[in-house]
Design a binder for this molecule. Structure first.
Ligand code: GRG
Length: 308
């Protein structure tokens, strides 16, 4: 059965607009000597990318609030937009650094020149650094999030997710991977950290802001872990099946670079089956939320059906 994703796609466009507007308004203004840095940050962050992580933050918050009969009011919405924008800034930092010659050495990202190609390598490194710290600046600003206990928990969870034991650690594993390491456990380890940890953090931070119960937190985290695996598998399959124009980045890179992924280990057919399995498991994790989670179910289906 074909699923109609038109409504979700419209919602994702609306969400991107909200996040872009927030970012545009709140980014620190350029001064005379850091104007180039400001240009590089805006170029990389605003107006491109699917902004799936920010949608996940805001939609998870809505699910929890509606389920617990607590108001999803303007204040809560604003707090989640802050968290969502911080996560998009940090995600963009990771992509800018991932494209650098010393890492993936990729000239194209999001359908345009990578940041180090458009500007230069030093500016790309610094733009990534500044985006990371701006993400923390947003979340820890007591003017945006009033509850200091929630701020401290959110900063703690985000630091764990993107640092040594999370995204950065996973990236190091990816870089140091060699062909002899090609087995399911290693791939699982790398992908859960490199891609999965930040996705999981999206729902964790939402649960902190919206006062989720422990079981709600645990189920949303389970959902995001399966979603992350399905997401990564789709990314790897697109590398094989898509084209530069639709994908906005070079294709057939994973085989060439012997990237540690399921497609290189199991091939296309088995990887597709695995992706479908993870999709089903992600949807099962949402059972306790009933109809409240229908947009998250649709998001999960969209992730494995997307063409870019
Ligand atoms: C450099 C510290 C550091 C980490 C890099 C995220 C990452 C870790 C590397 C990116 C490599 C990669 C292509 C991973 C596949 C999954 C992924 C994160 C894809 C990009 O996310 P999308 O599709 O991108 O949500 P957009 O452009 O839509 O935001």
């Amino acid at each position: 059965m074909t699923i109609n994703f038109k409504n979700l796609e419209n919602e994702l466009v609306k969400n991107s607009q909200i996040i872009d507007d927030f970012i545009e308004y709140n980014l620190p203004k350029a001064e005379s000597l850091n104007n180039k840095l400001s240009q590089a940050i805006k170029y990389s962050l605003i107006g491109s990318g699917k902004k799936i992580r920010s949608y996940l933050v805001i939609e998870s918050g809505k699910v929890i609030s509606h389920l617990n009969n607590s108001n999803f009011d303007e204040k809560k919405n604003k707090e989640l937009v802050v968290i969502a924008s911080a996560i998009e800034a940090i995600h963009t930092y990771s992509l800018i650094h991932d494209d650098l010659p010393s890492m993936d050495d990729s000239d194209i990202r999001r359908g345009k020149k990578s940041t180090h190609i458009k500007f230069d390598e030093a500016t790309a490194v610094l733009a990534g650094d500044a985006l990371q710290s701006w993400g923390f600046e947003l979340i820890s600003n007591p003017k945006s999030l009033e509850d200091s206990r929630k701020i401290s928990k959110a900063v703690f969870e985000l630091s764990k997710a993107i640092g040594f034991s999370g995204m950065v650690g996973g990236q190091q594993g990816d870089i140091d991977f060699t062909h002899k390491d090609l087995n399911e456990d290693n791939i699982f380890w790398i992908q859960q950290k490199k891609t999965g940890a930040l996705l999981e953090c999206c729902v964790t931070l939402s649960c902190i802001i919206c006062d989720a119960t422990d079981s709600q937190l645990s189920k949303l985290r389970e959902f995001s872990r399966f979603l992350g695996l399905a997401f990564q598998l789709k990314d790897d399959l697109l590398d094989l099946q898509s084209n530069l124009k639709s994908l906005g980045k070079p294709i057939h890179q994973d085989k060439l670079n012997e990237t540690p992924n399921f497609v290189n280990l199991f091939g296309e057919k088995k990887s597709t089956k695995k992706m479908e399995y993870y999709l089903e498991e992600s949807i099962k994790s949402l059972n306790i939320f009933g109809n409240h989670s229908k947009n998250l179910v649709l998001l999960a289906k969209y992730v494995v059906n997307r063409s870019f």
